[in-house]
Design a protein around this ligand. Structure first.
Ligand SMILES: [Zn+2]
Length: 501
């Protein structure tokens, strides 16, 4: 039996094809080949094929759907279905998850596979792959195709039953058994990143490639890289030797964390830059949201470069930044998580403006800057900003010196710092710097000893020199000043009026 599946150009189905190809590769009674646009496979012995595939599904793939934990009351080990799956569950049998889909019940798996591969040509045309078939194994449902509502050919015929559930009656049956199989098995793909926030939502990340062959090369690289574990809420391992999993605070931090674990010198050519991110809510009504996201090669290059200096942007910077609350006299964890996520987002989107704003003190909250964090942040700023903007190490030191002055003059009144942050034109930057200069003579003796007033003149000269070739350099200087002023201000506040350089 020779079967050819052509590309769907659909994040779910492309990944479904790739995942299925990964299974077929290990099956002896079948020859499979993936190309840019299609998967072709030939079953050489149907009886053997059914047995081999069933064994693979039950013994290996099913493990990716469940998580084993101890029952809180009885301490007996039991299986739990992972929360991001849109597969429905029946009552557990002997602590084992019973999926509603019979293909995942060992006693039915072979029968279902037999049915799937005994479908002949017929009157019906599959709404997804346009294959002709005589009989459907299953109707089109979220369990095998979560994006049912996104099919273009279905738009206009959608109607809402009960105001909630989508009714696709006319097309329910026009769904071929092969599409069902690819879709229902995709949940078991061990190369997809997921992250669940219990009670809220889950994210599932689907990589997108133009070519199926490249998609396979990337996912296979991920599978072999050892970065994926098998947790209930996350599958990115903290380290290759550790079974612990990263508990990233959101969507972007998860992706950033994934990249920094994956990329190194051997990962060239295996990197995904485009993603479809599925957001799956908790609760009985599952309206799936899909976002697409492109991460530029440049940003992945920065992750890689900074990793070569032994700094990881998520693990050593975003994850190590905490928001201290003056009123709580401690870390504000909700705001901290929000901030860590926002930093990861602004980095991945190459938005330095937003990144800087995150570090501003606000409403009685300060970032806690450890010396380790300052060192790592310095390296990031140098690679991400200075190298690209033509700012030398010495120039950066001048900017830092001015940041220190701004922090000292802002210690009792931060309006100048906020004014700096709001600078929208070059002349506004000059005006803020003049205001800083005017405040220097009124500074306290102990602060005066800690600053280098000539840095202001040096900075003005520096901007004037660079602005000839780069007319936007003042924006960069503004952002760098915001970061370093905020950093020095927080350090001084945290050390209570402090004695920092
Ligand atoms: Zn189909």
């Amino acid at each position: 039996m020779f079967i050819e599946i052509e590309i769907y150009k659909d994040p779910w189905m492309d990944n479904g094809i790739e995942n299925f190809y990964g299974i077929l590769k290990d099956i002896n009674s079948c020859e499979a080949k993936i190309t840019d646009t299609s998967l072709k496979f030939e079953i050489t012995n149907t009886e053997k094929f059914v047995k081999e595939l069933a064994k693979k599904i039950i013994n290996e793939k099913r493990q990716s759907l469940i998580f084993e934990e101890k029952d809180k009351k009885t301490s007996v080990a039991k299986e739990v279905k992972k929360d991001h799956l849109l597969l429905q569950e029946e009552k557990k049998i002997g602590g084992k998850v019973a999926f509603k889909e019979d293909i995942y019940k060992s006693e039915y798996t072979q029968e279902i596979i037999s049915n799937i591969f005994s479908i002949g040509d017929g009157e019906n045309i599959c709404v997804l792959c346009e294959r002709r078939f005589d009989k459907a194994v299953k109707e089109l449902q979220q369990a095998s195709y979560p994006l049912a509502t996104k099919i273009r050919s279905l738009s206009g015929v959608r109607s809402y039953k009960d105001g909630f559930t989508l009714s696709l009656k006319e097309y329910y049956g026009n769904y071929c058994s092969i599409c069902y199989l690819l879709g229902i098995l995709l949940w078991s793909d061990e190369a997809l990143i997921y992250r669940t926030f219990p009670g809220e939502k889950s994210f599932l990340f689907l990589p997108i490639f133009e070519s199926l062959e490249e998609l396979h090369a990337f996912k296979n690289y991920c599978r072999l890289s050892g970065i994926f574990g098998n947790g209930r809420y996350s599958n990115i391992r903290v380290g290759k030797e550790s079974e612990d999993l990263e508990m990233t605070p959101g969507k972007f931090s998860t992706l950033l964390c994934f990249y920094e674990k994956l990329v190194d010198d051997s990962s060239d050519g295996f990197i995904a830059y485009n993603w479809s991110i599925m957001q799956i809510p908790f609760g009985p009504v599952k309206n799936i949201k899909m976002d697409s996201l492109n991460i530029t090669k440049g940003m992945v290059g920065i992750i890689k470069k900074i990793k070569s200096y032994s700094v990881r942007i998520y693990s050593d910077i975003c994850k190590k930044i905490y928001f201290f609350s003056e009123s709580k006299k401690g870390i504000d964890w909700d705001l901290t998580k929000e901030l860590q996520e926002k930093l990861a987002e602004s980095f991945l989107k190459d938005n330095f403006r937003t990144f800087t704003k995150c570090l501003l003190p606000k409403g009685g909250h300060y970032i806690v800057f450890s010396s380790e964090l300052i060192k790592n942040l310095d390296k990031l700023i140098f690679v991400w900003r200075c190298e690209r903007m033509g700012i030398s190490k010495e120039n950066l030191d001048t900017i830092k010196s001015v940041g220190n002055i701004i922090a000292r003059v802002s210690k009792n009144n931060m309006s100048l710092l906020y004014k700096l942050d709001k600078v929208r034109r070059e002349d506004e930057l000059w005006s803020v710097l003049r205001e800083v200069a005017r405040k220097i003579p009124g500074m306290e003796e102990k602060d005066l000893k800690m600053i280098k007033p000539s840095a202001l003149d040096d900075l003005i000269q520096l901007v004037k020199d660079i602005i000839v070739t780069n007319k936007d350099i003042w924006k960069e200087v503004r952002d760098l000043l915001v970061i370093y002023s905020s950093m020095f201000l927080s350090i001084n506040k945290m050390s209570k009026g402090g004695n920092e350089k």
